[in-house]
Structure formats: structure tokens, C-alpha cells
Design a protein around this ligand. Structure first.
Ligand code: PEP
Ligand code: MG
Length: 567
């Protein structure tokens, strides 16, 4: 595979990495034989597990000391996986009953565990299977002396692997890991999350073909577009190096603009807020000048645990996020599970079409035991912060009415209990189902605000699964069909004096900023790292020009024409 070739995967972490390939394909240790006795193998296994546990806890502590709470939590979860008694018990049985060596036994036990997670057909849990392999791989390396990434990556390189665990990413000095290209992996895998947090360019989901790349082949990886160039010609290298230098210079310059207002050249104020899921992300948002949180995803608190979080835990999270961005609006989305997100505490039934099934607000309304405590926690957090409540996956006004009735019930309960609560809580809806956009006029009479979830709106409008790589070409948030629905939602909202935000990924794409302003959007909400570029795009825009641009985009035949128009 060493003639110039471009392969495409999923854009996992932005940035351009140029350098020699290092193929990291840890060897299987299944055939390493047992030592003298099963007792000796069990002792070796226990010693290796203890050493790995120590190493992980040291890494976790180091991250916590550096204020990297989220990254630290990944490794806290790793210690729990490693300490899972069923993993050790199974390995023990394989040693004692089947005569396996410690390394092989833990490998087999780990693979069984990972296979169980993969069989649940849940994107989130599938991504965790990599974490099991990661901890098991560390134990195996202790037992066999087989080199890990840290021992292989001695000079700067672009790492090519079937998959990488978070400990691989953390085990190597940042200046040696120029970027990584994975055959597997996923956008929610921990290695991807770390790559984004650490600014390591990454492309994932490239398929097994990546392992055919020869060691030391020159690679140029663009984590923003999801492309990997193999042996790029000299002129392409020059172009990429210039692009990278321009990106670096721009990032530096934009840092200086953090405090500038997000206002167009002609004075139109656009609220620039952030998407977040944790207080750490809210802090990053503040550092990048966000004027609040436009979408607090609340799923994380529910995901990595066997039980449901109670009202007090939820209240603590909302209060902690609000404390990071005091005196600003914090828009919190009620639990949005279903689709590809499952809760360990509340397994969902197998469905033929989960994205069209029991998801988002549909679950909340049929399970008030889940939604009511969340609404109570939000109302209580609203006693001392500007908390706005947002409902996911609304299809009809009846759902909004039912949710409002539940909110009223929560208010009455809190009053009866004498607990402080928000004086006038706002209740808004996400516009992410085409029916909600088409019926926006009806919804706008009763919803306090709209927030357009372009990720789902694109998926449902184009009938195109947002996670299906086979039909990824069809998934175009700039398709005129999607833009028309955005325009309809904005017009209806403004007719009723409501505010409209965009909180899907399109809201963080600076190429689309002027178009969204022209379509009538009042607020843009995006990941903290996108804030500077979107702010710059707002400040470079003129509202009349934006309106003309939007009209022209709405007249386009397809997304390609819209993209060409945006340049
Ligand atoms: C969306 O659908 O655009 C959105 C913001 O929600 P999520 O990506 O969490 O489904
Ligand atoms: Mg959504």
C-alpha cells in the first residue's frame, strides 16, 4: 500500500499530523505456555494484576492533580474493570481446570468479557470492550514482557493500529504521538475522547486495510476531514504543512479574542454558548469565552453505574456546572437515552428500529420515576442559577404538554416540601424530529424556546442513520431539506417571540455560521474548542449578507451546491 493513496475514515479529533507510520499490532499471547504449576501461574497473575492496578492508580492520581478530572475518571473505570472479580475468577478457572498459562488465561477471560459487551449491540458498551482489552493487554504485557506502545514508540510517528486503549494514548510522551489512525475505534471510544482532549489528531474506523500500511511509510492525517494520505507527493506535503502552520497561527490568534463579544459587523448579537456534559467541560467553555451552556447532556451521570442517580446527585451536577459559568443561562437537556444509548440500570428492550422507538422524551414520559426526580433536581438547581429545561426528541405538542404537567407536579411537590426552587423555569424543546419543525408554529405557542438538534434532524429528515458509515455520504446537515426545516423553525419561533438556538454539530461549524444567522438562528452552541472559530465567523458576518446567503442556500438543489456557495 505504498503508492500515493487517500483513505477515509471517521474524523475523530481535529488537526494535521505528518510523519512516519508506526504499525502497532500487539502480538497475541495465547500460545505462551504455563510455567511449573497452576499455583505459580495464579500467583504470577495476581502479582501482575496488582502491578497494573498500581500503575493505573498512579496515572489517575497524576491526572487528578493536574485538574484533568474527566481523563482521571476513565482510569478509575479501568481499575474497576481490572478489579472485577468475575474476570479474575474466570482466568483462575482457565489456569486450574484447563492448564492455561496466566497470560493466556487472562487474555481468554478478557476476550469473553469484551465479546459480551460487543454482543449487547450498544455503541457505548461496545466502545467499553476496548477498555477491557486495554487493561487485560497491560496485564499480559507484565506477564510476557511483550512490548507495549510506550516501548515501541521511541521517535515521533503516526501510530496505525487496529485499536488503541486509553492507557496506550497516555503511556507515551505527547511529542512522540503525532496522531493515530485506527482500523476500528469509534467516536465515543475513550482513546478518541482523550485525543480530542489532548489535541492529538486522529482518524478512526478506517477498516482492516490500515494494517497493510508498511512501517515508516510517510503518512499525512487530517483529523478534521477523516482522511489519511499514504506517501503523499511533495507538493501535497507542502500544502498540508502550510495548512497546519496556518491552523496553529489561527488558534494562537483566536485565543486572544476570547473576551470579544459575539456580535456581527452590523451589531446583531448572537448568543455563543457551549455544549457540555460535565463541570470540567463547562470550565473549558468558560475559558474559551462561552456565555453559558446551550446544551448540557445529562446522560453521562446515568451511564457508567448499575443504579439510577438520585435527585441529590443530579442536583449536585447541575449546581457544579452552573458554578463554572455563574450568572449565565445553563440549558439542561433531560435524559436522552434509547437509540444507541442504553442505561445499565434500565436495560431497554430489543427494538427493530431503536432510533425510531423508545427514545428521549418518550422514555421520560412513560417512566415518570426517571423524569420526575430529574425535573425536581433541575427546579431546585434553578433556585440559585439560571437553569433552563430542554426536552429531547419531541415529536408532538402533546408530549410537551405532558412534560409541562409533570413539571407542574414537581413544582407542587417542592412547594409542599418547602424546598427552594426556580421562580419561573423555562421549558423548551429540541427541534430534531421533522414533525417538530413542520409543526413549529404550534410548538412555539407553548414552548419557551427552541434548540435545533441538527445531528438528529439530519438523520430523521434524510432517513439516514447518523452512525452508519456505509451511508455516511447521505448524511448531510447542509442538505436544503434540513435547511428548510431550520428556516421554518426560526420563523415560527420568532412569530411567537421565542429564541432559537442550534446545538447540533452544525452549530460548531464556522463554515455554516453565516448561513445559520441568515436562517434566523439567535444562539449557537458548540463544543468548547469550536468557540473561537465560531466567534470569529460571527464577528466577520453581516446580517443582511447572511440573509441573502440563506435565501440562496435554500434555493440550492443539494448539499454540494450549498457547500460550494459557502466556500
Ligand atoms: C442533536 O441531535 O443534534 C443533538 C444535539 O443531540 P445528540 O447529538 O445528543 O443526539
Ligand atoms: Mg439529538
Amino acid at each position: 500500500m505504498n503508492v500515493h493513496q487517500i483513505i477515509h475514515g471517521l474524523a475523530a479529533a481535529p488537526g494535521i499530523a505528518i510523519g512516519p507510520a508506526l504499525i502497532f499490532d500487539p502480538v497475541a499471547v495465547a500460545d505462551i505456555a504455563a510455567s511449573a504449576s497452576s499455583e505459580a501461574e495464579v500467583a504470577r497473575l495476581d502479582a501482575a494484576i496488582a502491578e497494573v492496578d498500581l500503575a493505573i492508580s498512579a496515572l489517575e492520581e497524576h491526572l487528578r492533580d493536574a485538574g484533568k478530572v474527566e481523563e482521571a475518571e476513565i482510569f478509575d473505570a479501568h481499575r474497576m474493570l481490572l478489579g472485577d472479580p468475575s474476570l479474575r475468577d474466570r482466568a483462575l478457572a482457565l489456569i486450574v481446570d484447563d492448564g492455561m498459562g496466566a497470560a493466556q488465561a487472562i487474555g481468554v477471560a478478557g476476550e469473553e468479557h469484551a465479546a459480551e459487551m460487543l454482543s449487547l449491540d450498544d455503541e457505548y458498551l461496545s466502545a467499553r470492550a476496548v477498555d477491557v482489552r486495554d487493561v487485560v493487554g497491560q496485564v499480559q504485557r507484565r506477564l510476557t514482557g511483550v512490548a507495549g506502545l510506550a516501548e515501541r514508540l521511541l521517535t515521533p510517528a503516526v501510530v496505525v493500529a487496529r485499536d488503541l486503549g486509553p492507557s496506550d494514548v497516555m503511556s507515551v510522551p505527547r511529542d512522540r504521538l503525532l496522531g493515530f489512525a485506527l482500523g476500528g475505534g469509534g467516536l465515543t471510544a475513550h482513546s478518541t475522547i482523550l485525543a480530542r482532549a489532548l489535541g492529538i489528531p486522529a482518524v478512526v474506523g478506517l477498516g482492516e486495510q490500515v494494517l497493510g500500511i508498511a512501517d515508516h511509510t510517510l503518512l499525512a492525517l487530517d483529523g478534521a476531514t477523516g482522511s489519511v494520505q499514504i506517501d503523499p507527493p511533495a507538493e501535497e506535503m507542502t500544502r498540508l504543512r502550510e495548512a497546519r502552520a496556518a491552523l496553529d497561527a489561527r488558534a494562537l490568534a483566536l485565543r486572544a479574542d476570547v473576551g470579544l463579544p459575539s456580535v456581527t459587523r452590523d451589531g446583531r448579537q448572537i448568543a455563543l454558548v457551549a455544549n457540555a456534559a460535565t463541570p470540567t467541560e463547562a470550565r473549558a467553555a468558560r475559558e474559551w469565552g462561552a456565555a453559558g451552556v446551550g446544551l448540557l447532556r445529562t446522560e453521562l451521570l446515568f451511564l457508567e453505574r448499575p443504579d439510577l442517580p438520585d435527585e441529590a446527585e443530579q442536583l449536585a451536577l447541575y449546581a457544579a456546572v452552573a458554578a463554572e459559568l455563574p450568572n449565565t443561562p445553563i440549558t439542561v437537556r433531560t435524559l436522552d437515552v434509547g437509540g444507541d444509548k442504553h442505561l445499565p440500570a434500565f436495560p431497554l428492550p430489543h427494538e427493530q428500529n431503536p432510533f425510531l422507538g423508545w427514545r428521549g422524551l418518550r422514555i421520560g414520559l412513560s417512566r415518570p420515576d426517571i423524569l420526575l426526580p430529574q425535573l425536581r433536581a433541575l427546579l431546585r438547581a434553578g433556585a440559585s442559577a439560571d437553569i433552563r429545561i430542554m426536552l429531547p426528541m419531541v415529536s408532538t405538542v402533546d408530549e410537551l404538554r405532558q412534560a409541562r404537567a409533570l413539571l407542574e407536579q414537581a413544582k407542587t411537590q417542592l412547594t409542599a416540601e418547602g424546598l427552594a426552587q426556580s421562580a419561573s423555569p423555562q421549558l423548551g424543546v429540541m427541534i430534531e424530529v421533522p414533525a417538530a419543525a413542520l409543526n413549529a408554529d404550534v410548538l412555539a405557542r407553548e414552548a419557551d424556546f427552541f434548540s435545533i438538534g441538527t445531528n438528529d434532524l439530519t438523520q430523521y429528515t434524510l432517513a439516514c442513520d447518523r452512525g452508519n458509515a456505509t451511508i455516511a455520504d447521505l448524511y448531510q446537515p447542509l442538505d436544503p431539506a434540513v435547511l428548510r426545516l431550520i428556516a421554518m423553525a426560526c420563523e415560527a419561533a420568532h412569530r411567537h417571540g421565542r429564541h432559537v438556538a442550534v446545538c447540533g454539530e452544525l452549530g460548531g461549524d464556522p463554515v455554516a455560521t453565516a448561513l445559520l444567522i441568515g436562517l434566523g438562528v439567535d444562539e449557537l452552541s458548540c463544543g468548547a474548542s469550536s468557540l473561537p472559530l465560531v466567534r470569529a465567523a460571527i464577528r466577520a458576518a453581516d446580517s443582511d449578507e447572511c440573509t441573502i446567503l440563506a435565501q440562496r442556500a435554500l434555493a440550492c438543489a443539494n448539499a454540494a451546491e450549498v457547500r460550494a456557495l459557502l466556500g
